[in-house]
Write a protein that binds this ligand. Structure first.
Ligand SMILES: Nc1ncnc2c1ncn2[C@@H]1O[C@H](COP(=O)(O)OP(=O)(O)OP(=O)(O)O)[C@@H](O)[C@H]1O
Length: 459
């Protein structure tokens, strides 16, 4: 069992300015110090008085006084030049390896809209994120299903929580799914589909399929903003010979979570977008409440049940799981208020303590065990069938031989009869021709020795 700080880590990733942000003249209001894992936030000061901080105000900011900077330290800090591979190695790789060994693990990306959560968790085709890298590592480590170290079975599911309703991103007809208690202190999503996968490509195909269904919308900040929380789960079952003719099974569960982004309500936006934003903010508020309760000394009641998101992520937050929360931030002055909120939230989350233990003795819950019993049953059936086929075959062979023998006997008999018939026919033909010959001779008036001819006698 691993206890304490090391099971809940907090990373902050500061994304680079996007092409549309660079020419605007927005000052970069955060600096990432990768050596000391520190982020420094500089409060933007408007040179001229202005009613709002926004895109129209670019170029109006000046550098803040030192008193207006705040510094935050985390377990990991990643900056604008950090590659997707750096992020994977520093935030995810150890967790993925632990999951292969039977632990629960989770990587949760949270932060303001357009700060880089989806980029971090899923990435792009050119710059793959944590999910495709995790898939590669998993399958390269477990090698094949009949690895000498035992057998592995990998299954996945993909859900979204949109407007406080859970839907299955891999079975679109399954909507408004319910969360149920599993009787062991955990929860599960009823009728959520699970898909067995055999390689990283199959995982990517499922991700592609599910992500197409994920709710997105065009917002002020992001032309493809995720409007739902998405949870992609990879379950790794590992079965080994237990030395007593059975199978010892561990089950590791990896949850990769891309939260919807927090944002200020845009009162000019259409009502659907406003409704989505309100729901996102309520659900993120509940997420914050759980983190606050977990990190406030003396608080016993943790309000997991206040939202579907926190109920589903209960294990990851203060439970049996190795978690890394990656708080993503946008670097520009326009986002300063949200950035400070994210940095403070991430600092608080650093105090969460998880206890992680290997999920052993899981053979009853494991699909691999039921597959094993099914394979055993089918093999037995096949054996019975095979021995049944041998008996039938011998019998069939004997019957065939008998039939063949009878056929040959009949054939010989028929040939004999035919021969006799032919001989009789030949004899008959011979007799007929002899009679005709004799009759012809009679008609020609052949004198009968010692008397008158018959014809002559009649004249
Ligand atoms: N580290 C990065 N390097 C390069 N581009 C990035 C980085 N992070 C994010 N981006 C780009 O920034 C834009 C917004 O990122 P992304 O969609 O991941 O944000 P998000 O936090 O998931 O937003 P939302 O909450 O609205 O869904 C995208 O165009 C993405 O490609």
């Amino acid at each position: 069992m691993c206890e304490g700080r090391e099971n809940f880590k907090v990373a902050v990733r500061v994304r680079p300015r996007l092409p549309n942000e660079v020419p605007s003249g927005f000052l970069q209001c955060v600096e990432a110090d990768l050596v000391h894992n520190t982020v420094v936030a500089n409060k933007p000061i408007l040179k001229k008085a202005s009613s709002r901080i926004g895109i129209d105000d670019f170029g109006e900011f000046v550098r803040p006084e030192p008193s207006q900077t705040q510094s935050f330290t985390y377990d990991v800090v990643l900056g604008k030049d950090s590659s997707q591979q750096d992020v994977f190695l520093r935030c995810a790789s150890d967790i993925v390896k632990s999951v292969i060994n039977g632990y629960n693990g989770s990587i949760i990306a949270s932060g303001q809209t357009s700060s880089g959560k989806t980029y971090t968790i899923a990435g792009t085709k050119e710059e793959p994120g944590i999910i495709p890298r995790a898939a590669q590592i998993i399958f390269s480590q477990i090698g094949s299903y009949s690895n000498p170290a035992g057998q592995y079975l990998v299954r996945t599911s993909y859900l979204q929580i949109y407007n406080e309703k859970i839907s299955d991103l891999l079975e679109p007809s399954r909507e408004n799914l319910k969360i149920r208690e599993d009787g062991c202190g955990g929860v599960f999503v009823e009728t959520l589909s699970e898909h067995v996968v055999r390689d990283a490509e199959e995982i990517m195909a499922l991700i592609k399929r599910g992500t197409r269904l994920r709710a997105t919308n065009v917002t002020r900040m992001n032309k493809e903003s995720s409007r739902s929380h998405a949870v992609f789960t990879i379950i790794i079952e590992h079965g080994k010979d237990d030395g007593h003719g059975g199978m010892a099974v561990t089950i590791g569960k990896l949850r990769l979570v891309d939260l919807a982004g927090s944002e200020r309500l845009d009162v000019d936006a259409e009502s659907k977008l406003q409704e989505e934003t309100k729901n996102i903010n309520v659900s993120l508020h509940n997420f914050t409440k759980v983190v606050t309760a977990l990190t406030t000394p003396g608080v016993k009641y943790i309000p997991y049940r206040d939202s579907k998101l926190t109920r589903i992520l209960q294990d990851c937050l203060g439970g049996n799981c190795k978690t890394t929360m990656i708080a993503t931030i946008a670097p520009t002055s326009e986002c300063y208020i949200e950035t400070i909120n994210t940095l403070k939230f991430a600092k608080r989350a650093k105090n969460i303590r998880n206890i992680a233990q290997v999920n052993e003795d899981m053979s009853e819950k494991a699909l691999i065990s039921s597959y094993q019993s099914e394979i055993k049953r089918l093999k037995l059936q096949l054996q019975e069938r095979s021995s049944g086929t041998d008996i039938d075959y011998i019998k069939l062979l004997q019957e065939r031989q008998e039939e063949q023998r009878e056929k040959e006997e009949v054939k010989t008999k028929l040939e004999m009869q035919q021969k006799l018939a032919d001989e009789a026919q030949a004899e008959k033909t011979k007799l007929i021709s002899r009679i005709r010959e004799l009759e012809d001779k009679s008609l020609c008036g052949l004198s009968v020795p010692g008397g008158a001819s018959k014809r002559g006698a009649s004249w």
